[in-house]
Design a protein around this ligand. Structure first.
Ligand code: URA
Length: 441
């Protein structure tokens, strides 16, 4: 078998066998398949797609490119959650400690920024000392000890996804249902949990711009999970506008901590309650949605979820004082207030997530090439969301930059991403659809 033949086959719309896919992933891992060949194949998949058999085989091969953890001695239920990527999505930073505080061990394998979207691992690195590169024994020991760990790809867990992810990020090969499904599900399978909640983002700031595409991605992942004996539940959620108000690394960690303190923005708070309820009901830890929400609100109000976050930060080498002193995280030199135009009150009718993400990238918050450093301090904090009414001259956003020229460029892009209306605009719902009934574990 030769890689060139697989590239040509996919380019010409042919279906790969399980052995073809095994060859490709093994070749990537032992360097007999070069990065440029893999990138070319990824582009062919973007154009030609994959069948469900191919997607399940790719997921399986990627999951088995490293170890597949057996977490049975951690507990009968071990939870995990994954988002397909969006702008301002810091849900994991709230969801993991909330569920862990309710006694569900959380073994979370997360990613770095991909395309225009931010990654949980990059965000956590805004906390001085925080280390996401946990070796497996430490990852498992930490979940056993404090009930939660958040780790990035290592050479040990789904390393093929780590390599493919970094290539997709810089070769325009992110927006593909089978590639996203295999990437997400391979990590979930490798990490060994059996309570998997997927948050499939849909809209202008997501990889799937329509609800129909996002639902197809959700159904694909549910089906891959079924075929590989790892039942998952998926929720399709809104990503037309950024989630919460903050976009960037330091500013998103601050917003997540504020949410754990019970002071988070309404949409982020609601999403955490919705995903958390699904997890508690699926795990048999809540009788119904009302019971689940009550339990989740209790761990926020009692401070138990915040204390679990502090434990998690300490366990992974981070400075726990950040929860009381946000200035310990990287700070931008320039804080610029962007004002609402005109002379009459205006409702925000559109906040284009991708443009806001692009503005952050222009200020250094994203990568252009594999392995580029990123600036943790820059970002945007919105002072209104779709449906908010703002007065003329009020600040619609604070832009955090480290350099004047980048600030000017970013502001232009942000301005082009905000739409106003003189008429009242309704607040859009954050939850769009549920795919796959809660599966008992
Ligand atoms: N999250 C992942 O882990 N992989 C993707 O491809 C997209 C989002």
């Amino acid at each position: 078998m030769r890689m060139i033949d697989l590239i040509l086959a996919k380019r010409n719309g042919k279906e790969h066998s399980k052995d073809d896919i095994k060859f490709l992933i093994e070749g990537l891992m032992d360097h007999t398949v070069a990065d440029y060949q893999m990138s070319s194949w990824l582009m062919a998949v973007c154009w030609r797609g994959m069948t469900m058999d191919e997607t399940a085989a790719l997921t399986d091969a990627m999951a088995n490119s490293g170890q597949v953890l057996d977490l049975s001695d951690v507990g009968s239920i071990v939870g995990d959650k994954h988002s397909t990527g969006g702008v301002g999505d810091k849900t994991t930073l709230v969801f993991v400690p909330m569920l862990a505080a309710l006694g569900i061990p959380m073994a979370k394998l997360s990613g770095r920024g991909l395309g225009h979207t931010g990654g949980t691992i990059d965000k956590l690195e805004a906390i001085p000392g925080f280390d996401c590169s946990l070796p497996i024994d430490k990852f498992i020991a930490q979940v056993k000890k404090i009930g939660a760990a958040i780790a990035g790809q290592t050479q040990e867990l789904a390393p093929a996804d780590g390599k493919i992810y970094a290539l997709r990020d810089v070769t325009g090969t992110v927006e593909s249902i089978p590639l996203i499904a295999a990437s997400v599900m391979s990590k979930k399978i490798a990490a060994g949990s059996n309570l998997i909640i997927l948050d499939v983002k849909c809209g202008a700031g997501a990889f799937m711009s329509t609800e129909a595409e996002a639902s197809e991605l959700a159904r694909t992942m549910v089906e891959v999970g079924r075929r590989l004996n790892r039942p998952v539940s998926a929720v399709v959620t809104d990503m037309d506008q950024p989630l919460g108000n903050a976009v960037g690394h330091t500013v998103e960690v601050i917003e997540a901590i504020e949410t754990l303190k019970g002071r988070g923005p309404a949409d982020l708070h609601e999403l955490c309650l919705a995903l958390g309820s699904l997890a508690l009901i699926t795990a048999g830890k809540a009788r119904n949605e009302a019971d689940a929400r009550e339990q989740l609100k209790n761990v926020l109000h009692s401070g138990a979820a915040l204390r679990k976050f502090v434990e998690l930060v300490e366990a992974q080498g981070g400075d726990p004082k950040v929860v009381d002193d946000y200035s310990l995280m990287p700070q931008a030199k320039i804080h610029f207030e962007m004002k609402v135009p005109g002379k009459t009150p205006l409702w925000i009718s559109g906040l284009h997530g991708k443009r806001i993400a692009e503005a952050c990238k222009l200020m250094g918050a994203g990568r252009s090439k594999k392995g580029d450093p990123i600036n943790m301090a820059v970002g945007v904090v919105l002072h209104g969301k779709v449906g908010s009414c703002l007065q003329p001259g009020e600040s619609v956003a604070t832009v955090y930059a480290d350099n004047e020229a980048q600030l000017q460029l970013a502001c232009k892009v942000i301005e082009s991403g905000i739409e106003y209306s003189t008429e009242k605009v309704d607040v859009p719902p954050v939850i769009r659809a549920m795919i796959g009934a809660p599966a008992a574990v």
